[in-house]
Design a protein around this ligand. Structure first.
Ligand SMILES: Cc1cc2nc3c(=O)[nH]c(=O)nc-3n(C[C@H](O)[C@H](O)[C@H](O)COP(=O)(O)OP(=O)(O)OC[C@H]3O[C@@H](n4cnc5c(N)ncnc54)[C@H](O)[C@@H]3O)c2cc1C
Length: 454
């Protein structure tokens, strides 16, 4: 019998259009393994909501593998040590994986490549990050020219089908159980809202795509309206690699119409990976270095009110409660909530980045950091700090009444003329943490003072 190959899985938990599985299966028996690695240097431990998702996604992948005569092996520890040990145990000679771009995954790939025959494949992005370059061969820093160059290379290659069977090794190595990894919350079990909203795994991802396709044509008109199902909600599935962007591209592009706007959003996802490839510390360091000594306020009460959805600004509170309950927040509301933390409260954007990292089911190192730095005005491509979003204007502009009614039950009895900015606060709903005009003036003054001394 030929020697087996290991498929090392990370954020690529699917069988369809998964080049590592395809290459390993073509060579002989396959041992799929997921290593829970909280130890590789610069590793950012997955947040609580992501760990909930991971548990269910791994369970789903194991079931899909078993239906094909295979199974998922679970191990814990530093990737290079665990994989080297597994290779010795099983006689495996090669390790196949998809490439990932978070700094700790690049470190881990380097370390694994030093001890084993690591074969890296592409497929989690529309084009391999780093491969879309200017005429002079340097990577893009700004989204618009990046997207123009990426779009010119589209479509991506057609997606590969999932294999019907995966050749098994002569004997299966031992595996941890998912239960012993304790990825799920127990005391308290705060995941009820997530269970109600999501079906992690490849089948759940395919179902989300199917549900979105009839709406793809009207995406451009609806994507900014939090009260209607306008966007795809594919982000956690994409983050965990349960569906490939090429699959989404081909399925939506066939629909024609206005899907260009939607495909451009997939382009933002690729762009974010290109940014962290150039600036691996993007989640921790402002790209515009002068912001290093920006006078952020230390305001634990403000931070807590924001995290709990108790700022007294209905649209912000609705978003923060949607996030806490379901692990997801509508993009327009993410922008409003982020701007509120950074500019109305003058709290360092990194506090918000960390909160989203812990609470989002789609928490993604690149996309989260790029969008927080965009909101703060500190990024390579970003909104200017002095552009301060007015939550009380944004809310009626994007027709957020029904959305607020859903997530802020204290306000559910108010009609559309009053719900965005209730003059009388219903019992139990707080006064504004800070007034809009006052907060705006404070932010602009802080900016002017900082700008003067640069
Ligand atoms: C402060 C802030 C933090 C964010 N943090 C994350 C994060 O951690 N993970 C994450 O996936 N997205 C993040 N986003 C981007 C965006 O809000 C989500 O990708 C989007 O809301 C997901 O919903 P959807 O799948 O319905 O998106 P759709 O509108 O249906 O878009 C399709 C896909 O395109 C990608 N996409 C869309 N918008 C963006 C964007 N602005 N940046 C990067 N990719 C995008 C996503 O993969 C998304 O699933 C953040 C945005 C802000 C303002």
């Amino acid at each position: 019998m030929t020697t087996p190959s290991i498929v090392w899985l990370r954020r690529d938990l699917r069988l369809a259009d998964q080049a590592a599985f395809a290459a390993a299966a073509a060579a002989g028996p396959v041992i799929p393994v997921y290593v829970l690695d909280d130890e590789t240097p610069r590793h950012r431990r997955m947040g609580a909501a992501s760990r909930w998702w991971l548990h269910h996604s791994l369970a789903s992948l194991d079931a899909d593998l078993r239906a094909r005569g295979s199974r998922l092996i679970l191990r814990r520890g530093r990737c290079e040590e665990v994989l080297a040990h597994l290779a010795r145990e099983t006689g495996a000679t090669a390790v196949h994986c998809l490439r990932h771009y978070e700094p700790w995954w690049r470190n881990a790939e380097r370390a694994v490549g030093e001890v084993l025959d690591l074969r890296r494949h592409d497929g989690n992005y529309l084009a391999p990050p780093g491969s879309v370059t200017t005429g002079s061969g340097s990577p893009y820093k700004i989204y618009t020219p990046f997207w123009r160059a990426l779009e010119a290379r589209m479509p991506p290659a057609p997606p590969l089908p999932a294999p019907d069977r995966l050749p098994a090794p002569e004997a299966w190595p031992a595996s941890d159980t998912l239960a012993e990894w304790n990825l799920l919350p127990t005391t308290p079990d705060w995941a009820g809202g997530m269970r109600a909203e999501w079906t992690p795994g490849e089948a759940g991802a395919a179902a989300r795509l199917e549900a979105f396709l009839p709406r793809a044509r009207v995406y451009a008109d609806r994507r900014n309206l939090p009260s209607v199902p306008g966007t795809s909600r594919l982000s956690p599935h994409l983050h965990f690699g349960e569906i490939s962007p090429a699959t989404i591209w081909h399925a939506t592009a066939e629909r024609g119409g206005t899907v260009g706007t939607f495909l451009g959003e997939l382009g933002w996802r690729d762009y974010a990976q290109n940014v962290i490839l150039q600036m691996p510390d993007y989640a921790g360091k402002p790209a515009r270095e002068a912001f290093d000594d920006f006078p952020w306020r230390d305001d634990p009460a403000g931070l807590k009110a924001w995290q709990q959805g108790l700022t007294g600004y209905p649209i912000v509170d609705a978003g923060m409660r949607e996030l806490w309950t379901t692990g997801w927040m509508h993009n327009r509301v993410r922008m409003i909530a982020a701007s509120f933390l950074i500019k109305h409260l003058l709290i360092d954007w990194r506090e918000g980045e960390r909160w989203f990292w812990d609470t989002l089911v789609d928490a993604d190192y690149g996309s989260n950091a790029v969008n927080w730095q965009w909101s703060a005005g500190t990024g390579v491509d970003s909104n200017m700090f002095v552009r301060i979003m007015a939550p009380l204007t944004q809310s009626p502009k994007f027709d957020a009444g029904a959305y607020i009614r859903q997530w802020v039950p204290e306000l559910a009895h108010l009609d559309d003329t009053r719900i965005h900015d209730p003059d009388v606060r219903p019992r139990g709903y707080p006064a504004r943490f800070v007034g809009h005009a006052e907060a705006r003036a404070r932010a602009l003054a802080a900016y002017a003072e900082w700008n003067d001394r640069r």
